[in-house]
Design a protein around this ligand. Structure first.
Ligand code: FAD
Length: 479
């Protein structure tokens, strides 16, 4: 048995893959114990929704970057694959660790798993120490006057801002590490190469678009504050422009913390329109986590119960056309192809494709949520579910179901020059004006000049927009 101060402290990295503003790492370092840093990919507990394919690609880069930072300080990152509930207590037992430091997770299934790990560690004479590190504030801290929780984002955000958000922490100055022998859990080591696609290698567009990791995340934040935040109120809706921060995969993987973004915005001056509106989007992220914490059914059931009687259509071919960006509706196809090729889609496009799926095609939002969870590099259990319920009108605070986006009007308004459609649907690139937004309504001559043959070079629409809209309204009325 090692002497009690030499017993190591484990830092369990999860959706917080960074060195700075990491309360768990900070506390473990301050304990003076040698550290073991570990990440566990848990595919054996499906109830916890393991990362999808695009998030795994991201994870590969994020783990490598984090390991680089730890190695620069003389340590490393141990990566394991398997049931966290089994592996973590085993790691603690075999290394005689005194403590495990981690950040709270939000969903009740995750919290229950953490409780079981806490008990297992306790039986072995160790302890689990948890902090809030992936949100601005403890979700129990923001309460209504009656002691309940908020169900409307605006009121929640107003209430949250009356609390003090903790200042982000620096990277701990001095870290010492405990060497984990190769023999320990040798059969459970993660083969990190398996996180990336092999054949076919569909990640080329991802590599061109993204560089995962903490350093790049901080750069994104700085560049956005310097170049784009002032124009955010307009830029955030222009689908062809880089008017948003593209911080979402960094926030989702925890390469950047919400408190770092909050603090940077306060320094920048959060009172003007751009920073204030941008911060309110961070408020939506916080509200999604808060809702997941208080309403664990968020990813699984319609929060508005009347939708349990909704007759969603089950059309595998329509769903496939939507997933592949082959619906014949250019703005929808542009969004879905941007997602497929880069693992990311502009927020306005997400709203348009979400409305099209759940209303014009009348397909259950859960099919869209699952597709996004697999294909987004920023896939986030809380944000994804809350936004799908918002778009579908089934959430607690949602756009009403009967408010149905007309994709053509949306394209005319938010992609007025058609640049977004031309970039992602190049076979329509020689069309202009209305024909680009609605090729099915264009004259034969116009299509011929643009090199478009409907049904051959580009699909006819899977649904007539008016008929789809009427069908959705009819289904809604019959609830
Ligand atoms: C159907 C649908 C599904 C979505 N799924 C996800 C998801 O899985 N993961 C995800 O991070 N976001 C999701 N969003 C929200 C939003 O589209 C993305 O956060 C945003 O497009 C990311 O780009 P950005 O970082 O440039 O955003 P910015 O406009 O620069 O916003 C900054 C940050 O605020 C947060 N944010 C912005 N908008 C929202 C929002 N509506 N809800 C919650 N947080 C928000 C994000 O963390 C984002 O990175 C979804 C939206 C819709 C309509």
């Amino acid at each position: 048995m090692s002497s009690s101060q030499n017993r190591p402290a484990i830092v369990w990295f999860r959706d917080d893959l960074r060195m700075a503003d990491h309360p768990a790492l900070h506390e473990a370092a301050a304990s003076g114990r040698p550290l073991i840093c570990v990440y566990i990919l848990d595919d054996e507990t499906p109830a916890l929704h393991p990362p999808g394919a695009a998030s795994r690609w991201w994870l590969h880069g994020a783990l490598a970057e984090l390991r680089g930072h730890l190695e620069a300080q003389g340590g490393t990152l141990l990566t394991l694959s398997g049931s966290a509930e089994k592996l973590l207590p085993q790691l603690a037992e075999q290394t005689e660790a005194a403590s495990v430091h981690l950040h709270h997770r939000l969903h009740e299934r995750e919290r229950t798993q953490d409780d079981r790990i806490r008990q297992a560690l306790g039986r072995q004479g160790g302890e689990v120490r948890a902090h809030w590190g992936t949100v601005l504030l403890d979700p129990d801290a923001v309460r209504t006057k009656q002691g309940g929780f908020y169900k409307v984002c605006g009121s929640f955000w107003k209430a949250l801002q009356t609390h003090a958000v903790p200042e982000p922490l620096e990277v701990p100055v001095s870290l010492t590490f405990h060497a984990v022998p190769k023999t320990i859990l040798s059969g459970a080591r993660l083969n990190e190469k398996d996180l990336c696609p092999q054949t076919p290698d569909w990640a080329e567009g991802f590599r061109k678009t993204w560089e995962p990791g903490e350093a790049e995340g901080q750069e994104h934040l700085e560049d956005f504050l310097k170049d784009a935040v002032a124009g955010y109120p307009r830029g955030r809706d222009r689908v062809a422009e880089e008017g948003t921060s593209r911080l979402s995969p960094y926030l989702a993987s925890g390469a950047v913390s919400p408190r770092q973004v909050w603090a940077a915005l306060q320094k920048h001056g959060a009172h003007t329109d751009g920073p204030r509106i941008f911060l309110s989007e961070l408020g939506w992220r916080e509200f999604a986590r808060y809702t997941l914490y208080h309403l664990p059914n968020l990813p699984f059931e319609n929060l508005s119960p009347k939708f349990s009687a909704m007759h969603w259509r089950k059309s595998a071919s329509d769903l496939k056309a939507w997933q592949r960006g082959q619906t014949g509706v250019p703005i929808v196809d542009a969004g879905m192809r941007q997602l497929w090729q880069t693992g990311w889609m502009h927020n306005r496009a997400r709203m348009i494709v979400g409305s099209f799926l759940t209303k014009h095609l009348l397909i259950d939002w859960k099919a869209g949520e699952a597709w996004f969870r697999d294909t987004l590099v920023d896939a986030d259990f809380a944000n994804n579910a809350m936004n799908w319920q918002w778009v579908a009108g089934t959430g607690i605070e949602a756009t009403p179901f009967f408010r149905i986006f007309n994709p053509t009007r949306q394209a005319e308004k938010f992609d007025p020059d058609g640049d977004y459609i031309r970039q992602w649907v190049p076979e329509l690139g020689r069309l202009s004006g209305k024909a680009l937004f609605e090729p099915w309504a264009a004259g034969e001559e116009e299509l011929r000049k643009g090199g478009v043959i409907l049904g051959r070079t580009y699909p006819r629409p899977v649904v007539d927009l008016k008929e789809g809209r009427d069908r959705a309204l009819q289904a809604f009325r019959s609830l």
